[in-house]
Design a protein around this ligand. Structure first.
Ligand code: URA
Length: 209
C-alpha cells in the first residue's frame, strides 16, 4: 500500500522563498501543541546567515512575542553572541526544534519533535549553514541522534553531511548554573575560530583567540 501523502510536507517542499514557508508554518496544525499555545514561533535572524543556532522550543515570552529567545535565556544568548561578534540582526539565524510552546514549558516529547522536525529541515535547506550551534540536550539529541550526556559531547565538533555542529549548554541552564558559562565561552571561541576559517577571516578581530 502507498504511504499516505502528507500535504503539509509536500507544500513545504514546493515553497521557494522564506516568506511562503513562514506563512505555511504559521498555519501549521500538525500536532496538539498548537492548541495549547498562542502562536507558532517560526524563527528569526538573517536568512543568509552561515551560523544557525538551534534551541528547544518557545517559552512563555516567545509564545507571546512570536520570536525565539526573547526572554531571560534569550537575553543571555544575545550577550553570548555579541561577545563573539554575532547577532541575530546581522549574521545568525535562530530556530527551535519545536515551533509551538509545550504546556508549562515541559520538554517536547519525541513524537512532537518528530512531527515538527521537517520544518527545521526546510529552514536548514534554505539557509545552508556552515556551522550550527546546538543549545541544550533536546537540540543535541534531536539533531545528532546521540544519548551521550551533554557534559560529554559539549565542546566537540560533530560533522553531519559536511556541516559542523557545536553542542553546548542551553542559556537557561547557564542561568541556573553560572559556573558552566566558562565552558560555553570556550565553545564559542571554537565557533569563532571555525567561522573565521570557513566564512569570514575578518570576523570580529577584537576577539583574540
Ligand atoms: N528556549 C528555547 O529553547 N528556545 C526559545 O526560543 C526560548 C527559550
Amino acid at each position: 500500500m502507498e504511504p499516505e501523502k502528507d500535504q503539509f510536507l509536500e507544500d513545504m517542499r514546493w515553497t521557494i522563498d522564506w516568506a511562503a514557508l513562514k506563512l505555511l508554518v504559521l498555519n501549521c496544525q500538525r500536532c496538539s501543541l498548537r492548541q495549547g499555545c498562542t502562536q507558532v514561533v517560526f524563527g528569526a535572524g538573517n536568512e543568509q546567515a552561515k551560523l544557525l543556532v538551534i534551541g528547544e522550543g518557545p517559552g512563555a515570552d516567545e509564545d507571546q512575542q512570536g520570536e525565539p529567545f526573547v526572554g531571560a535565556a534569550g537575553r543571555l544568548l544575545d550577550n553570548i553572541l555579541q561577545t563573539s561578534g554575532f547577532s541575530r540582526r546581522s549574521n545568525v539565524y535562530i530556530a527551535n526544534i519545536v515551533k509551538c510552546r509545550p504546556p508549562g514549558n515541559r520538554v517536547p516529547t519525541p513524537e512532537e519533535r518528530e512531527r515538527c522536525l521537517p520544518i527545521l529541515r526546510e529552514q536548514f535547506r534554505r539557509l545552508r549553514p556552515k556551522i550550527v550551534l546546538l543549545l541544550g540536550a533536546t537540540a543535541i539529541q534531536s539533531i545528532l541522534g546521540t544519548k551521550e550526556p551533554i557534559g560529554k559531547v559539549r565542546g566537540t565538533w560533530q560533522e553531519r553531511g559536511g556541516v559542523l555542529f557545536m553542542p553546548t549548554y542551553h542559556p537557561a541552564a547557564l542561568l541556573r548554573n553560572p559556573n558552566w558559562k566558562k565552558d560555553v565561552w570556550e565553545d564559542m571561541k571554537e565557533v569563532v575560530r571555525l567561522y573565521r576559517e570557513l566564512v569570514d577571516p575578518e570576523h570580529f578581530p577584537e576577539l583574540k583567540l
